[in-house]
Design a protein. Structure first.
Length: 278
């Protein structure tokens, strides 16, 4: 049986009620976004302890915190020092909440090491991870914008145990579809899957995966529109995905993410039920 968490803010309800909902549904964890009232600036040391106490009182644990949804680019020199300092505070926050994992989007890495942005990413991640090692927390980069091999190259070049992966298989469908449509106006599924490996990329990133999003997606063949869809109804082969993760030794959380849809609570309930069958 897999360990299930919910990205609580996706429920579109009060965060504390959402955590209670997760417990009622038989989940083991909650994935907390740094929304208003739950970011490092809102909670002092005592507030963080009280939050952990509340979560544990429900029989849950925090699987990871989520911050930086796409507005930060660690390869861009603009405001970089400010972003690095913010990232250090997020690592401290993750450590204080006893999950030790901060999941985030950190910008689009170049696919070639010859690009000047590559070295800037290496340096930025290095600065963050040096702090992460000190405080006992890891940055789990969200998959999607880069093929798994590119992300692996970055992790290996940085060379820190505090740099890891949040594997989101759906993003490895959505991002290449976005690139292809922008470049050619058409979508080639075989080409996209061969390069971005939504399910098989687990074998590439292996031991570096410390958290995963349970999210599904497809590209409508009639409209070429890329869409996040309810778990189990898209193109991710979930039994194979779960098996691949087990094969590389993964024993962490499957955090349900449902960013769109008319019925987030219903979709998340059904996702929980589906994951319990795997």
């Amino acid at each position: 049986m897999v360990k299930i968490a919910i990205m609580v803010h996706n429920l579109k309800m009060d965060i504390y009620d959402g955590m209670r909902f997760a417990a009622e549904q038989g989940c083991q964890g909650v994935h907390l976004a740094c929304v208003k009232g739950f970011n490092p600036n809102d909670l002092d040391a005592n507030g963080r302890k009280e939050l952990v106490k509340f979560v544990k009182g429900l029989g849950l644990e925090i699987s990871a915190i989520c911050a930086w949804g796409g507005h930060v680019d660690l390869g861009n020199p603009e405001n970089l020092d400010e972003h690095i300092e913010e990232g250090k505070r997020l690592l401290e926050y993750a450590a204080d909440l006893e999950c030790g994992i901060w999941q985030g989007h950190c910008g689009i890495m170049p696919h070639s090491k010859d690009n000047p942005k590559w070295a800037r990413f290496v340096d930025s991640f290095g600065r963050l991870c040096e702090h992460g090692e000190k405080v006992g927390a890891k940055l789990a980069i969200e998959t999607g914008p880069e093929p798994p091999e590119v992300l692996l190259d970055m992790i290996e070049e940085v060379g820190s145990p505090s740099l890891a992966v949040n594997y989101d298989p759906a993003n490895l469908i959505l991002w290449p579809a976005h690139y292809q449509m922008d470049e050619t106006g058409t979508y080639d599924r075989a080409k996209a899957f061969a390069e971005y490996k939504p399910v098989e990329g687990v074998k590439v990133l292996g031991k570096h995966i410390i958290h995963t999003h349970a999210k599904d997606a497809w590209v409508n063949p009639e409209t070429n529109r890329r869409q996040e869809v309810p778990l189990g109804s898209g193109w991710i082969d979930w039994p194979q995905y779960v098996q691949n993760l087990k094969d590389v030794g993964y024993d962490g959380y499957f955090a349900i993410e449902r960013e769109v849809g008319e019925d987030p609570v219903g979709d998340i309930k059904r996702a929980i039920d589906y994951l319990k069958t795997l």
